[in-house]
Design a protein around this ligand. Structure first.
Ligand code: CP
Length: 317
């Protein structure tokens, strides 16, 4: 570690990459949350910038669109003292036929220590981890995992509910195509929450219950049980054909409305990873109600991503 600050003592961590939540232990999740808690101050106040990653270069390598993840990883890296590179394929030599791996190797040759990777193909960050010597952080690989989203959702639940064990969390919407659903399921079940996935039968894979969750096609029935409701986006870009009759039909059966909020516990915590589509997955009133932590999730994403970058790039492996 190139740093003028001494290492944090936040628990066990020996991983150079963060490729998914599935392979993390409960102790490692707790380490990330302790480090995130440490970085909350610096995430809220630019004057509390750290030097843990001084001398490191971190590259955003985004082959899919992003607002929250891309911006917050860049800010997280700079707030830890690193230099940053922000790559996107538009306007790059990818349009001249350069392959993904060659592109990554060329950026690595500029002296990069860590890559934040988003790609539509599941397993792309794993491929880079095998091919490059740098730390690789998965920022979303197809419908597989989005580990920092799972972490920041859980961190927000911990902040708001003071615990995760014993809570019931509903994940509502397009489970089949959602990497956020998978990362949430792995995080929350490891930490002792009960998870119910809910959506149209065409958007819930049959084998999902093997991950230790219950599935339901009836939102109105499960809402009174839920301490937390996480509303997922319909991933139109990953669907090959229409998987429900119409958006109006989806909204009627699975849209979060104020009438549905009335069926929930008064202290139900509403999450949504974003981007949100007002009027499809939830109404504007629900998105902006006091129980909604949608923007708190975004704010927490910065501390969580600082924690992940700090741990991965300081790991002794
Ligand atoms: N939640 C999330 O990943 O948002 P972005 O696609 O904007 O990064």
């Amino acid at each position: 570690m190139s740093s003028s600050e001494s290492a944090l003592d936040c628990g066990p961590w020996t991983k150079k990459h963060l490729l998914g939540i599935e392979e993390l232990s409960v102790a490692e999740l707790e380490t990330i949350f302790k480090a995130s808690e440490f970085f909350v101050d610096a995430s809220r106040n630019p004057e509390k910038k750290h030097t843990f990653l001084k001398g490191k270069v971190i590259a955003n390598l985004f082959f899919e669109s992003s607002t929250r993840t891309r911006v917050s990883f860049g800010l997280a890296a700079r707030r830890l003292g690193a230099e940053t590179i922000d790559f996107s394929p538009a306007g790059s030599s990818v349009s001249k036929g350069e392959s993904f791996i060659d592109t990554a190797k060329n950026i690595l040759a500029l002296g990069v220590h860590g890559f934040i990777v988003r790609h539509s193909v599941p397993g792309t960050p794993h491929l880079l981890a095998q091919q490059l010597g740098a730390s690789i952080i998965n920022a979303g690989d197809g419908a597989h995992e989005h580990p920092t989203q799972g972490l920041l959702d859980a961190f927000t639940i911990l902040q708001e509910k003071k615990k995760i064990k014993g809570l019931t969390v509903g994940l509502v919407g397009d489970i089949t195509h959602s990497r956020v659903a998978r990362s949430n399921i792995h995080t929350l079940t490891k930490l002792g929450a009960k998870v119910i996935v809910c959506g149209p039968p065409t958007l819930i894979p049959k084998e999902i219950e093997e991950l230790g969750v219950r599935s339901s096609y009836d939102l109105d029935k499960i809402l009174p049980e839920c301490d937390v409701v996480n509303v997922l986006r319909i991933q139109f870009e990953r669907q090959r054909s229409g998987l429900f009759p119409s958006i109006q039909e989806y909204f009627r059966l699975f849209g979060m409305t104020m009438d549905r909020v009335k069926k929930c516990r008064p202290d139900m915590l509403l999450l949504a990873p974003g981007p949100i589509n007002r009027g499809i997955e939830l109404t504007p009133e629900v998105a902006d109600m006091p129980n909604s932590a949608i923007l708190k999730q975004v704010t927490n994403g910065l501390a969580v991503r600082m924690a992940v970058l700090y741990l991965a790039l300081s790991a002794k492996v």
